[in-house]
Design a protein around this ligand. Sequence first.
Ligand SMILES: Nc1ncnc2c1ncn2[C@@H]1O[C@H](COP(=O)(O)OP(=O)(O)O)[C@@H](O)[C@H]1O
Ligand SMILES: [Mg+2]
Length: 250
Amino acid sequence: MSAITIEKLFLRYGEQEVLRGIDLEIPENVCFAIMGPSGCGKSSLLKVLNRLVEMNHNVKISGDVKLFGNSIFKMDLTKLRRQVGMVFQIPNPFPHMSIYDNITYAVKCNGIAKKKEELDKIVEWALKKAALFDEVKDRLKMRANQLSGGQMQRLCIARALALKPRVMLMDEPTANLDPISADKIEDLITELKNEYTIVMVTHSPGQAARVSDFVAFLYMGRVIEVGKTEEVFENPKNELTERYVTGRIG
Ligand SMILES: Nc1ncnc2c1ncn2[C@@H]1O[C@H](COP(=O)(O)OP(=O)(O)O)[C@@H](O)[C@H]1O
Ligand SMILES: [Mg+2]
């Protein structure tokens, strides 16, 4: 079964049509990249998947999205968001909370764990999964805003993982990081996709080529081409895709 099935998805903000009939199958435990030039609808599409886009009062959606076979629009929102974690372009830890509290906050709110030993275990587990533990293990009580940008982004990944999601949405997760931190996140994604389904938005064809297994090229609200990353990059079927992957549009 696919992790996510998107069927005839249309989205508009007021009168502006932003997604124009998207159909996609996203397999389980892969990194699926959504690439395309700025403004083509990537973030909107990603934010449909955890229904965050519905925070915009002027948004209208039609079509369906299924998560492991069940329509997300019929699902309890809290349940959906626990299964579908999200990481944003600008790392957004709770700045004045400690590293430890950043990870345990939603864990406690969701009733996943309460006892100190359980929480300690989850914090260590999540930080290890996010490849941050060794750098912060002696200062878990430090405020999150004292971390570097790359560390903050890995903390956000740890915070999302602590809720044990099945899918992770990442919206240009390295766009605001220095190249070394960006490399670390890319390596981490390559690790995580063995256990999680990762849907990653990127405006960088290079990044899509390096880390994704499948890629969809989005242009003006439509999927122009989708397939295995190697095939799309080595043998693009559509001229627009070819121009995009060779850096001639973007
Ligand atoms: N809340 C909103 N209200 C109105 N228009 C929006 C809103 N969010 C995004 N848009 C518009 O939708 C289009 C797609 O935006 P977005 O999904 O952010 O694209 P991308 O992530 O590919 O850059 C853009 O034209 C953008 O200006
Ligand atoms: Mg965007």
